[in-house]
Design a protein around this ligand. Structure first.
Ligand SMILES: Cc1cc2nc3c(=O)[nH]c(=O)nc-3n(C[C@H](O)[C@H](O)[C@H](O)COP(=O)(O)OP(=O)(O)OC[C@H]3O[C@@H](n4cnc5c(N)ncnc54)[C@H](O)[C@@H]3O)c2cc1C
Length: 409
């Protein structure tokens, strides 16, 4: 099929990026830094997002390559230690596992910062980049063709390009237009998010308490403050959102087993319904998926946007080799085959872990307990998991070089 012919008010740009969430903004910046002119389509960025994002080393590395690492680090707290605590009341309980960045020779795993600051830094960078033209509208209709892709916008204008980057979120109209199928699962969970101050210092440690309803995760912010992502049943998340401040503070202190002393919640709570969706292909018909258009899963181990940023990094690497036709089948197949192992491994691991928390099935709990016991006992295994947690394949690479080293000796 050929794309529909351009009309008089069509603008041509080699790359169209649809979506102005963090994945879309970072994709626009990454592609512009690689030398492409980018047409960015999406509404003004929301200023009321109360979440924080833990950005891990590989994501920070990509932000550094586009000149933004220092700017985001200014607003975040480093994550030096990450702890998993079994807070279930079940028969089979796992030991607490502590991961220290120093064990793998790093100062920290990443930085946790408020989404408002992250979005502000990204928007300022987009607005300052002459290669990005941002139209604050929505794509009303996509036409995908062999030679080009065309976006008809709600404001009446239209755009065509050689490549469309779908950063248009979990329902992704661009993904739909490209005919990419998905599999989804409703976990019947929501996340209540709130920030809080505490009496004792957090020592740059994040604590993920595993409960029967999902993880309850505290992540350090600058000062004696932390953010909380409390994953639970939707009706309980709504109830938590409505509690008076002193009652919620007490519930959080209990959930934290008083590790940080007295808790005082800050204003502003939000509830996010959770889902799991996986696109069965990551690029097709001149459309490449990044961020939640490609993968959605519950916030366990701070994986979502980190994976989205790795999508962008791999997309830029793939298409930069095809400057004359970045949406060509060769460019898109290089992108899709690079992303497949990382996305499938990450989605599988997060969903299996979530399932093992919610399940009353004894063998599932036993398997989880066995893995956490082994992680607690064997530091090489812990190091392997820490490296793999940061970047798929890096644990295997480090393990391989240790083995080679041993053989050489
Ligand atoms: C409680 C919680 C905590 C989290 N914590 C972390 C964390 O610590 N670390 C981490 O890595 N990840 C975390 N995540 C995941 C992370 O927030 C998401 O991966 C990320 O926000 C997804 O960004 P996105 O840009 O892909 O999608 P979105 O933010 O959903 O953006 C989609 C964009 O597409 C636009 N759009 C939709 N339709 C159209 C259209 N037709 N035309 C143009 N634009 C369109 C929308 O307006 C929006 O701008 C967390 C998630 C939750 C729920």
């Amino acid at each position: 099929m050929q794309a529909a012919p351009e009309t008089a008010n069509d603008r041509a740009s080699p790359v169209i990026v649809a979506g102005t969430g963090p994945a879309g903004l970072i994709a626009a910046l990454g592609l512009a830094c690689a030398g492409f002119n980018v047409a960015l389509i999406g509404p003004p960025v929301r200023a009321d997002d109360r979440r924080t994002t833990a950005l891990m080393m590989p994501a920070l590395g990509f932000l550094e390559s586009i000149g933004l690492r220092g700017k985001v680090e200014d607003f975040g707290a480093p994550l030096r230690t990450m702890r998993i605590v079994d807070a279930t009341g079940r028969l089979i309980r796992s030991p607490t596992v502590t991961f220290r960045a120093a064990e793998i020779g790093e100062n920290y795993f990443g930085i946790n910062l408020p989404n408002t600051e992250l979005n502000r830094v990204l928007v300022e960078a987009v607005e300052a980049d002459a290669r990005i033209r941002w139209t604050q509208s929505l794509v009303a209709r996509w036409e995908v063709g062999e030679d080009a892709v065309r976006a008809q916008l709600e404001d009446g204008s239209a755009l065509s390009g050689a490549l469309a980057v779908a950063a248009d979120g979990r329902l992704s109209p661009a993904r739909e237009a490209a005919g990419i199928r998905t599999i989804s699962r409703d976990w019947k969970q929501s996340a209540m998010v709130v920030n809080f101050a505490h009496a004792r210092p957090h020592a740059f440690t994040s604590n993920e308490f595993h409960t029967e309803n999902g993880p309850f995760t505290q992540v350090p912010l600058p000062g004696d403050r932390s953010s909380l992502v409390w994953v639970t049943r939707p009706e309980m998340a709504d109830e938590l959102r409505g509690l008076p401040d002193p009652e919620l503070s007490r519930r959080i202190e209990d959930g934290m087993q008083s590790m940080l002393g007295r808790v005082t919640v800050e204003p502003g709570r939000q509830v996010y319904p959770l889902a799991a969706t996986l696109a069965l292909s990551h690029a097709r018909s001149r459309v490449a998926l990044v961020g939640e258009a490609a993968h959605v899963f519950p916030p366990i181990g701070a994986q979502g946007l980190n994976l989205g940023i790795r999508d962008v990094a791999d997309l830029v690497d793939a298409v930069v080799k095809y400057p004359d036709d970045p949406g060509s089948p060769a460019a898109l197949s290089a992108y899709a085959s690079r992303r497949r192992p990382d996305i499938f491994a990450r989605t599988g691991a997060v969903n299996v872990l979530n399932q093992s928390l919610l399940s009353d099935f004894l063998p599932a709990q036993l398997a989880r307990g066995t893995v956490l016991t082994a992680l607690n006992a064997f530091s090489p295994l812990r190091a392997f998991f820490m490296r793999e947690g940061l970047q798929t394949g890096s644990g295997f690479r480090a393990f391989g070089s240790t083995v080679r080293e041993q053989i050489r000796r």
